[in-house]
Design a binder for this molecule. Structure first.
Ligand code: ATP
Length: 674
């Protein structure tokens, strides 16, 4: 042990004691107790966690507190890398659960289908769980257990359908196309070369260890280009050389590090789509859900509703609905086809929530029920919700998946009461195998709807149906919600999403650019990502503005241009909060129209343009949901707002005047005095 390691051991004890006394919850303390310090290399402290679950918990919840405490004690900024190293102490994973599991952790053991005896006191693996290959694959020996075989001695029980993820070839016991030989994999009719052995044709995407680039398929994803570009020859992303630490798998450890982490986030790629998803076949016929699966006609929001984030684009004949034929997906009708696990970029800020979401889609009502995902606006909660629906449906795990925003639920309830159609209402929500309900914070203001939701929740839960809820706050902070609801929300698993770190923001921009076919070089993406930190929606908006400006001026997208476009943008979070009234007032002022006109129904060109611009700005600059923006504009339907938002985004790259109007208005709005 070098000086630094000795140093770390002493500092670690002091720092963790201090944390335990001051700030940590019992659950967090328990997680901390499961870790041990390994070494200090330059400014990075390496610690070991006994399993990926603990690693993820440390990374997503405890990192800032730990790095702060260590930095304070060592007098310089310390980063943290968490490696998974199963402990030699059997009790750590298989012994007294009280001593090893976080005391307040949700009781996985009772609920998990994979619970088998004492050693599985170990929580069922989130889907990312990859026991260290050395545990159970002795060199050169191919270990091929029966599907889901449980081997108590190795602690690497992997309950998910994918079987084991080792550092070697991906063992997938139930995959017929597994070929553990040098010829690589055959999957979905395609051959993947041996050197892509880490390729996992599942939503977890690629493993960012060096050399695990995706197969040379046509759908290789951009974020891997990023990794390639920034990770030459042992360089970790952003050009920082990897430290060498004897006995520690640096790629693994560094992969676990997070901000200001030097690793590229794990990035899902289109090639990592769930197997056999017919929707990926361009020739596949889009499926129109049977009428019974569609909401009744006449419900204002229920008919083709959505919450936020374009979250449930209506199904249109010939639309992009994925084909889940024969996979029990007749009711995925309201899911946005763009919001899947493949298009979701994973970083430490959302890894925990992502893992929980996959677990829920793979084992509805068995892993965590309810799953409660919370976090700030524009951080991907709606995206995850839809992704659960798609993935569960593609696996055939749910006959019916119902996505609904809380506002739609409320409106649907009110309309059903008024029209005396409560039975149909109850059937709609209580017959779902998976109910995905977005933005539950809006239930706070609606007492009767709370009551109705309470019964819906109970019915579903009692019938072993999965419920997934999102909110901008944790259940505890939903202070005006009835206690009985809040406590129910805490029955399952709480997973928060934090603002993404820089690397994740860059990867998201890359994915978005690739998806929308927008060209922007890496330095431009890095620049945009460094300017906008708190909302992915705003991040995407900035990319669209930069590329639109370049297209209008027939100029190349480069750093100078990006700086010019974003010059006047105040970094997000720095300015005063913006609301819809301010946007509407300033827009009226700019176009010389009145607020009544803006809210009214005139279809004159000037008014339609002003209205759509104002709606777009509300969408981009505030946290308001589509229905709420619709309300601000004289009670318009959320689909009108969605249409305006899309239209302005599209036309900005084609109409210079429009681009200028938006740029000018944004400046005025952002620079307004509070
Ligand atoms: N990790 C991610 N990877 C790729 N895209 C993401 C990610 N997180 C968010 N996005 C994108 O950012 C946008 C906003 O996300 P989303 O609507 O899911 O946020 P939200 O948390 O539900 O926000 P709100 O609370 O305002 O409804 C969407 O276009 C979504 O696809």
């Amino acid at each position: 042990m070098g000086d630094d390691a000795v140093n770390l051991a002493a500092v670690w004890v002091a720092a963790t004691e201090e944390l335990a006394n001051e700030t940590l919850s019992p659950q967090q303390q328990a997680w901390l107790r499961l870790t041990r310090p390994l070494a200090l290399v330059e400014d990075t402290a390496f610690i070991a966690a006994p399993n990926p679950f603990t690693r993820d918990a440390i990374e997503s919840r405890l990192r800032p507190a730990i790095t702060e405490a260590l930095s304070r004690r060592l007098g310089r900024t310390i980063q943290l890398a968490v490696a998974v190293q199963p402990s030699d102490d059997p009790d750590q994973v298989a012994g007294d659960p009280g001593a090893t599991l976080p005391p307040t952790a949700p009781d996985f053991r009772a609920a998990a289908p994979d619970y088998r005896g004492p050693a599985s006191d170990y929580p069922p693996a989130p889907p990312d769980y990859r026991p260290d290959g050395s545990d159970y694959r002795p060199e050169g020996v191919e270990f091929r257990p029966e599907p889901a075989e449980y081997r108590p001695e190795s602690n690497d029980f992997a309950p998910d359908r994918r079987g084991y993820q080792s550092d070697g070839p991906d063992y997938r016991p139930d995959a017929p196309d597994y070929r553990p030989d040098a010829a690589g994999y055959r999957h979905d009719g395609r051959d993947y070369p041996a050197d892509t052995r880490d390729y996992r044709p599942i939503p977890g995407g690629y493993r960012p260890t060096p050399g695990d680039y995706p197969p040379p398929a046509q759908d290789r994803t951009e974020p891997d280009d990023y990794r390639r570009a920034t990770e030459p020859d042992g360089q970790l992303p952003l050009g920082i050389p990897a430290p060498q630490l004897p006995g520690l798998d640096i790629p693994t450890a560094s992969r676990a590090a997070s901000p200001p982490r030097r690793t590229a986030p794990t990035v899902t790629g289109p090639a990592g789509a769930p197997p056999q998803r017919a929707g990926d076949d361009p020739g596949a016929e889009p499926v129109r859900p049977p009428a019974a699966a569609r909401p009744d006609r006449g419900h204002r929001l229920g008919s083709e509703g959505t919450g936020r984030g374009d979250s449930a684009s209506p199904v249109r004949p010939g639309g992009q609905l994925r084909d889940y034929t024969g996979r029990g997906a007749d009711a995925v009708s309201r899911l946005n086809p763009k919001y899947t696990f493949e298009t979701f970029v994973i970083g430490s800020s959302n890894r925990f929530a992502h893992a929980a979401a996959i677990a829920v889609a793979e084992s509805p009502a068995k892993a965590y029920n309810p799953l409660f995902v919370y976090g700030g606006s524009g951080l991907g909660k709606t995206h995850l919700l839809h992704a659960i629906g798609h993935y569960a449906a593609s696996l055939g795990n749910a006959r019916s998946v119902r996505y609904v925003s809380t506002e739609e639920f409320t409106n649907d309830f009110i309309n059903s009461l008024r029209d005396d159609k409560m039975q149909a209402f109850q059937r709609r929500y209580r017959d779902a195998d998976i109910l995905l309900i977005d933005d539950i914070q809006f239930l706070e203001r609606a007492e009767r709807t709370q009551e109705e939701f309470f019964h819906t929740f109970n019915t579903l839960h009692n019938a072993n149906k999965q419920i997934v809820i999102t909110s901008d706050r944790s259940p505890k902070q939903l202070s005006t919600l009835e206690d009985r609801l809040r406590t129910r929300f805490e029955w399952g698993l709480l997973a928060d999403i934090q603002p993404p770190d820089l690397e994740t923001r860059i990867a998201i921009l890359q994915k978005k650019a690739a998806h929308e076919r927008l060209y922007a070089p890496l330095d431009v993406l890095e620049f945009i990502a460094s300017r906008i930190q708190n909302s992915i929606r705003e991040l995407e908006g900035a990319l669209i503005r930069v590329t639109a400006f370049a297209s209008l001026n027939r100029a190349a997208v480069d750093l100078g241009l990006a700086e010019e476009v974003l010059r006047d943008l105040i970094p997000d979070g720095a300015g005063p909060e913006i609301n819809s009234e301010q946007i509407m007032e300033l827009t009226c002022d700019y176009f010389g129209v009145s607020i009544d006109d803006l809210r009214g129904h005139s279809r004159s060109r000037v008014l339609v343009n002003a209205r759509q611009v104002a709606m777009y700005l509300c969408r981009e600059l505030t946290d308001l949901s589509l229905p709420r923006i619709g309300q601000a504009f004289g009670g318009r339907d959320h689909t009108t707002v969605m249409h305006a938002d899309r239209k302005i985004r599209r036309q900005m790259a084609e109409r210079r005047t429009l681009y200028n109007q938006i740029a000018e208005l944004t400046n005025r709005i952002k620079q307004q005095e509070p």
